[in-house]
Design a binder for this molecule. Structure first.
Ligand SMILES: *Cc1c(COP(=O)(O)O)cnc(C)c1O
Length: 388
């Protein structure tokens, strides 16, 4: 008999009734060190007092107002994002997938309005942009698309990081190049700064728009507000979600005025996107994370955690191959299925997330303390010991 909850997830037999910072409390009273943060969502940890206050204050006034009216909380958050980034304008969504859908529509509309519609968006293999029909077509992986055809046309994938293949694929007919600066689901695979610069240059030469998916790598995760800042480049369109709501469903598409020019009244919409509750929380998240001192701390703690992980690799060379990632978006490349370590971690009361390419993901709250990083290394070491 089919479970009452559609079984599209392999769920661990764990449930939590409370969260405090980097810790989750299970229903049996045990405390788990959360190095997954809801897959990079709880950027400020669980039950952050400033977010609880922002949410409850807003909840006592007004929850939802249609986008046919002005929404001051939404305008304030858009203003903050515009001030802190390359973008001139923002559209709010409820998720990363919805942000991907708008990014694709925006790029297509840009070319349609120039009277030279360009159909093809080039992406990297191993990409993840969500599970909608458009997002799975964009990523193109067999695992995600099998059984869901016919696929939305207009996407071409090139092998991950293969710059020669990318250069061959991108030409005067390319609508856009869409990629994650650091692939998350794909296994914490970082594109070198030089490649990001070369892709920006390739887009400038051909006119193709550069769409960056910073749903997982953004909102301070790497020690900069957005990961692309490390390479000193800017996209034309960017998808954001996960950390931006700190746990409240919120996503956004950021764009330059030029890229967004076609998205006039009536071309796109969302019932809930940018609603007052989400934007009240998002505003507080942004206020905390965009502070340069906060971002410097993320970079410092990321380096500390990486050092600890290198120690783990040295101690268990039969299990771990190396460390990947940047800031607090870290991965352990494994010689064993990462799911084995995720499971061993449950026994040590530490939560991690598996990814593709045999990589274990570590995406703790950005508020994790030095002591908690030491504790994380200890628990991961014991979990690795269980695989012997
Ligand atoms: C999680 C993720 C998405 C999809 O976001 P949802 O909020 O699950 O729809 C898209 N892109 C990247 C890079 C992601 O990590």
């Amino acid at each position: 008999m089919i479970p009452s909850v559609l079984p599209t997830y392999n769920r661990a037999p764990l449930s939590f009734e409370r969260g405090e910072g980097t810790w989750l409390l299970a229903t049996d009273g045990t405390r788990y060190l959360d190095l997954g943060a809801g897959i990079a969502v709880n950027a400020l940890g669980h039950a952050h007092p400033a977010l609880v206050a922002a949410l409850t204050e807003q909840a006592g006034r007004v929850w939802h107002v249609s986008n046919v009216y002005q929404i001051p909380e939404q305008e304030r958050l858009a203003e903050r994002l515009v001030q802190a980034t390359f973008a001139d304008t923002v559209f709010f969504t409820n998720s990363g997938t919805e942000a991907a859908e708008l990014a694709i529509k925006m790029a297509r509309k840009y070319w349609a309005d120039r009277g030279e519609p360009r159909a093809e968006i080039v992406t990297f293999e191993g990409a993840f942009h969500g599970r909608s029909t458009g997002a799975i077509a964009a990523a193109g992986s067999e695992k995600m698309v099998k059984g869901f055809g016919p696929l939305m046309p207009g996407f071409r994938q090139v092998p991950w990081g293969d710059m020669a293949a990318l250069k061959a694929a991108v030409g005067p007919d390319t609508c856009a190049v869409m990629l994650e600066p650091i692939q998350g689901e794909g296994g914490i695979r970082t594109l070198p700064d030089a490649d990001l610069k070369a892709i920006r240059a390739l887009c400038d030469q051909t006119g193709a728009l550069l769409i960056l998916d910073e749903v997982q790598s953004g909102m301070g995760r790497t020690g900069r507000l957005f990961a692309h800042e490390w390479a000193g480049i800017a996209p034309d369109i960017m998808m954001v979600a996960k950390g931006i709501g700190g746990g409240f469903p919120l996503g956004a598409v950021l764009a330059t005025e030029r890229a967004a020019a076609g998205m006039v009244a009536g071309t796109h919409g969302s019932t809930y996107g940018g609603n007052p509750l989400a934007c009240a929380v998002g505003g507080k998240v942004m206020e905390i994370i965009a502070d340069p001192a906060f971002l410097a701390e993320v970079a410092r703690k990321g380096a500390l955690f990486r050092q600890r992980l290198e120690g783990l690799v040295a101690a268990h060379p039969d299990i771990f191959e190396g460390v990947r990632g940047q800031g607090l978006m870290l991965g352990l490349k494994m010689r064993r299925p990462p799911a084995d370590l995720v499971k061993a971690g449950y026994a040590e009361h530490v939560l991690t997330v598996a990814a593709a390419d045999d990589t274990l993901r570590l995406l703790p709250p950005l508020t994790i303390t030095d002591d908690e990083i030491a504790e994380a290394a200890l628990r991961l070491d014991r979990a690795a010991g269980r695989l012997r």
